[in-house]
Design a protein around this ligand. Sequence first.
Ligand SMILES: Cc1ncc(COP(=O)(O)O)c(C=O)c1O
Length: 405
Amino acid sequence: MADTNALLALAGRHLLKTYKQPPLVMTRGEGCRLYDTEGRSYLDLYAGIAVCVLGHAHPALVRAIAEQAARLGHIANLYYNDKQIELAAQLCARTGMDRVFFTNSGTEANEGALKLARRWFFTQGDAERTDVVATWSSFHGRTLGSVAMTGTPKYWEGFGPRLPGVSQVKYGDLDAMRRRVNDRSAAVIIEPVQGEGGVFPAPPGYLQGLRALCDERGALLIVDEIQTGVGRSGKYLAVQHEGVVPDVLTVAKGLAGGVPIGAFLVRERHAEALAPGTHGSTFGGNPLACAAALAVLETLDREGLIEGAATKGAYFLSRLEGFAAKYPALVKGARGRGLLCGLVLADHVEAREVLGAMRDRGVLIAQAGDRVLRFAPPLIITEAELDEGLAALDAVLAALPQETK
Ligand SMILES: Cc1ncc(COP(=O)(O)O)c(C=O)c1O
């Protein structure tokens, strides 16, 4: 067995301290369970931040990766590869988009979307049309373009000068968008459910309103489904609940169930914005990642996991809402869509403490915003496993002082 203390000492010396990690070292996963160096097991209710849609070591994914690695792992985009072409066709069929560019991460997908929007107007002879309107409390990634669009200032502080032309308005406020979007706006970027910002689903009609506004003013509608996509919301895309088709769509996270990949997808009318030589990636869409993504799609269908996300998510959310009634001094409410749910804690309750207490009981969850517990379990999770997580949460909340401070 690996020596935990020795590993933690090496981590302390050699990893940048960008993450606030508890002293646990994970070595293995199976289904919805993770195992650490001490052999302890944990119920995984965050799935590597909404990534491991098939849980850990799913046989179909393991097989696809192993077979592809033995056949062809990487060639770069100097040549076509069969898996990338197949995956592009399948993604277009599922999303209503026409063309795909593959990246390695979510933030790169958003950078590509931003470049495409600006370049589109450049090619139309409107090179001044470069503004991007995003929303407060959004999260779009950590590279300089994405971080500028991200609506939480702590993520940009100290990394200036910030990308010019990018601004934020209140999420869910269509009038605020109407006031901001004008003939200098190249794009509006929106999450159908703000994930990192605190699990805020878009209010009814908001996404349709943005679609109409972008059509009216000629701006591109970029929908960031990096966290909500790939079935998590109960449909392949969360915008599909509203019947909205974006101009540019970004996906990543769950796309290949844990193998790094992302993509931005566009409709035909804007595709010519990125002509040969205008954008590229060495790793993006390599055969290994694309084979994994194809296995994810096939397994989502075969196991009915997208429909399952809707029913299991509705069950889970109703149980979380029950905690607001049971612990009114500690819990303000619950919200979410499908298997992306948030429990909103009262102002005096430290989310970090609840996370730690859950971990001590062998259940892993994530945080969103300052006071929200975020649940984004693998889509393969069973109702019994959800109940196990809920029982742990019940016990943790019951052990906290029940009065408001
Ligand atoms: C909505 C959204 N967009 C973009 C990103 C950035 O993705 P990545 O961390 O893969 O760069 C995230 C990551 O949490 C996200 O939730």
